[in-house]
Design a protein around this ligand. Structure first.
Ligand code: TRP
Length: 385
């Protein structure tokens, strides 16, 4: 069934692969993007298939909230077929906490399904979309970002990482097959291209489709692929799903996550942005920097004075420190206590910020240690032509 590729993009708030802005209504996005909610029935199914243990907290908390064709992929897995995972990262700067969200979940999926993972590093993407970025710079960031990826603990025997410019021989033919099926009119309506956009930007989506089809190429038979990604990337995969049957490939499955809000809140600047320092915490920010950024910038749901806060309580639902704990504090009971205490006024804004600072610094100190340790592991993961 063809999806409606000609639906116009919403004007406000904005969610496209290159721009996310405003207060996002995720239920509305599901309708606009034509995806499906990950409902409780589906969660139960995932739970059963993954052995009945606790679901990943990102599923429990609906951080991964939407999908397309997940039931098909799960059925393939249940019937003993090999399934693949695929995700990616376009390098143009350092990795921040928002980038880690889908990768942490992908690592869980790899552990659960014992599935091979294709990790695309499209080192041409930002060269086409970001003024002034050179191939040398994007390659430098690629190999920097790969350390953050490997540090999360992916299985070297089951994970292939590749730069598009270094794996082009394997990828190009499939990219061209996709390109042959996508008209300029479709590209314009899906991505909003204008006449002034460069040809590389227009072609790029074909490259992002390729790893969804490589499982079938590698296995020599139709092979399912699950792609965990933030919802803004779905336009690419809408195109991928649309061309798949025409090229004899199964439609890939997407599972979509929400955005980690920027430090100043979704309303101020949308998702965390790698290029606006005051919105993001980078994995390389030292302990003092993390503390200062959160104390200075994290949007607070607290009251103006301590007296008022103690009396009326804070609002965790708009408080960025609390929202970040939803993404990074795995313990449900701890999280609930923080929510209740902040709401009742027992927990002050400064104390809530300190809980977040401690949580992040504990994680980041360990992450940086692992990042150092994996420096000599990179070649175990890389594939090149
Ligand atoms: N376009 C993504 C970015 O801007 C990179 C990417 C390539 C990707 N393939 C992917 C992201 C698959 C998620 C899933 O970073």
């Amino acid at each position: 069934m063809a999806e409606n590729l000609d639906k116009p993009h919403p004007t406000k708030p904005i969610v496209t692969p290159w721009h996310v802005q405003g207060n996002i209504d995720y239920d509305r996005l599901i309708k606009e993007f034509g995806t499906e909610k990950i409902d409780d029935k589906l969660l139960q199914r995932i739970k059963k298939i993954t052995g009945g243990g606790e679901l990943h907290y990102m599923l429990r908390r609906k951080i991964f909230f939407s999908h397309k064709y997940l039931n098909e992929a799960l059925t393939a897995y249940e019937t003993g077929e090999k399934i693949y995972l695929y995700t990616g990262r376009a390098p143009s700067g350092p990795v921040h906490l928002g980038h880690l969200v889908p990768w942490i979940f992908t690592k869980w999926l790899q552990d659960q399904f014992k599935a091979p993972l294709l990790f695309q590093i499209p080192d041409e993407e930002k060269v086409f979309f970001k003024k002034g970025l050179t191939f040398d710079e994007s390659k430098k960031w690629a190999y920097d970002n790969i350390l953050d990826i490997i540090a999360l603990g992916f299985d070297p025997k089951k994970t292939k990482i590749f730069l598009d410019t270094e794996y082009a021989k394997t990828m190009y033919k499939t990219a061209c097959k996709v390109a042959g099926k996508v008209t300029f009119s479709t590209a314009k309506s899906v991505f909003g291209f204008k006449n002034s956009d460069n040809l590389g930007a227009i072609f790029y989506t074909c490259m992002q489709s390729v790893p969804a089809f490589l499982p079938t190429e590698f296995e020599g038979k139709p092979t399912q692929c699950i792609i965990p990604h933030a919802i803004d990337q779905d336009p690419h995969f809408r195109v991928t799903r649309d061309v798949a049957p025409q090229l004899g490939y199964p439609k890939p499955c997407s599972v979509h996550c929400r955005f980690l809000p920027g430090l100043q809140g979704m309303h101020a600047e949308g998702k965390m942005s790698a290029s606006i320092e005051s919105t993001a915490v980078y994995t390389c920010d030292d302990e003092k920097t993390v503390k200062n950024k959160i104390n200075k910038y994290a949007f607070s749901g607290g009251k103006a004075t301590i007296e008022e806060h103690r009396r009326d309580g804070g609002n965790p639902d708009i408080d960025v420190s609390y929202q970040w704990l939803v993404f990074f504090e795995e313990d449900d009971a701890k999280l609930k206590k923080i929510y209740d205490d902040y709401k009742s006024g027992a927990l002050l804004t400064g104390e809530l910020k300190q809980i977040l600072i401690d949580k992040l610094n504990t994680f980041l100190v360990k992450h940086r240690e692992k990042r150092e340790k994996v420096k000599d592991q990179v070649e175990k993961f890389m594939v090149r032509d």
